[in-house]
Design a protein around this ligand. Structure first.
Ligand SMILES: [Zn+2]
Length: 414
């Protein structure tokens, strides 16, 4: 009997102390143009995907039904009655994307409280991913639209923040911004395209953040990034196949069957200049190498110009990452007619925003990696969970020992 009890105690101690800490699947958010990468902590989520007191507006298009929650208070930002065209620009961007994707479904968009500081990113949007399991992660907007189910009930699929401290051209019906104005509709199409999956978590060393579960965050987009013939990210689960200097080699390209059909076997240049720019590198084309100055997903916005239609390059990439109903025929013409040289023009852009590292109040509690808090803030939750588990285990162990000693005491006193 005594040996059995000792065995039991040892087994219990072993199980309690060494059993693997179990976590649910981790979720991360990314907004490339602001360099934001952060974990979504379940305990910080609200009950619904939109803030308390806000009723999302339902916006129907031919294919996609958008539920849009505008967080701005009445009188400000998108809810400013003096700027009725702000919402019209946003809806025009979403209508355009719907008509290009030609995929039926629903998307929830959280438009965060607008900014007015006029610094950092002009605007930024992004989506969420589950950590990698066997393969590349689709972001939440892709999961919702392509798989047909809402990934997490109380998380939006796309989140957007606009800095109205910039001089915006807010007319969706005309295309004549002044030379010092940013075309809001162009900016929103760019941002929503990140939100629909034109995004990568890859950092300078070729890896993404490692989640507290020890998993990476490679996206569907990453699987098309090549250096020469080497698919930089591959395997199951996906892993980095190159060397750290690859991300600043100025040689990375996007390769897929569609891109290669139209642009040749060597693919199309992805921004991979030195120095590495968080949120810009690997998240945009490199117009210097592609020669395409009017691509929506070029890395900078040019004041005074409009880019309200995808270039063939953008369309090919979007079709590659899963929006298979996109039509590519007859789109060659969009490559021509570059409105204004993005490369040479007055630039104020996303790259700059990432470098400046301005604080953005857009998301949860601002764990903006490498900006507001040290990088390990992403793992804070896991650490505290481990400590909690350890304390819990100690208490359990104490109770078990107490029970045994009481039993023993009773037995001895019989
Ligand atoms: Zn961007």
């Amino acid at each position: 009997m005594k040996t059995l009890i000792i065995h039991l105690i040892f087994s219990l101690v072993f199980i309690l102390l060494f059993a693997p800490v179990t976590f649910s699947e981790r979720i991360f958010f990314i907004a490339p143009d602001a360099g934001i990468v952060q974990e979504v902590l379940p305990e910080k989520l609200q009950k619904a995907w939109y803030p308390d007191g806000i009723t999302p507006e339902v916006f129907h298009t031919s294919y996609i039904t958008y539920n849009i929650a505008y967080s701005d208070p009445v009188g400000l930002g998108f809810n400013d009655p003096n700027h009725p065209n702000r919402k019209r620009c946003l809806e025009a961007a979403l209508t355009y994307i719907s008509n290009i994707f030609r995929t039926f479904g629903t998307i929830d968009i959280l438009v965060e409280t607008s900014e007015y500081d006029g610094t950092g990113a002009i605007a930024f949007a992004g989506s969420y991913v589950f950590e990698n399991q066997e393969t590349f992660s689709r972001c939440f907007s892709q999961l919702r639209l392509l798989n047909g189910t809402k990934p997490v009930a109380n998380v939006s699929e796309i989140q957007l923040t606009v800095d109205f401290g910039r001089n915006y051209y807010e007319d969706p019906d005309h295309t004549t911004p002044a030379s010092n104005q940013f075309d809001l509709l162009s900016v929103l199409i760019h941002e929503f395209t990140h939100g629909f999956g034109f995004l990568s978590f890859v950092e300078q060393d070729g890896r993404t953040n490692v989640t507290p579960n020890g998993k990476y965050l490679y996206t569907v987009f990453d699987q098309f990034i090549y250096k020469g013939d080497l698919a930089l990210f591959s395997g199951s689960p996906p892993a980095f196949q190159g060397v750290p200097s690859d991300t600043t080699s100025n040689q990375l390209v996007f390769k897929s069957i569609f891109i290669q059909n139209f642009f040749g076997n060597s693919g199309l240049a992805i921004y991979s200049k030195d120095p590495f720019l968080d949120g810009t590198s690997l998240n945009h084309w490199d117009p210097f190498r592609t020669g395409i100055t009017n691509a929506v997903m070029n890395p900078t916005y040019t004041a005074g110009s409009t880019i309200r239609e995808y270039s063939l390059a953008d369309l090919c990439a979007l079709k590659s990452i899963g929006y298979s109903n996109i039509l590519l025929a007859d789109n060659e013409g969009t490559q021509e007619g570059a409105k204004e040289g993005i490369v040479e023009g007055t630039q104020e852009g996303t790259a700059e925003g990432a470098r400046e590292g301005t604080h953005h109040e857009g998301f949860q509690e601002g764990n903006i990696e490498g900006i507001d808090e040290p990088t390990d803030s992403i793992c804070g939750c896991a650490k505290s969970q481990s400590i909690r588990k350890f304390i819990f285990d100690l208490i359990l162990l104490g109770m078990v020992l107490l029970l045994i000693s009481q039993k023993k005491y009773k037995a001895e006193n019989k």
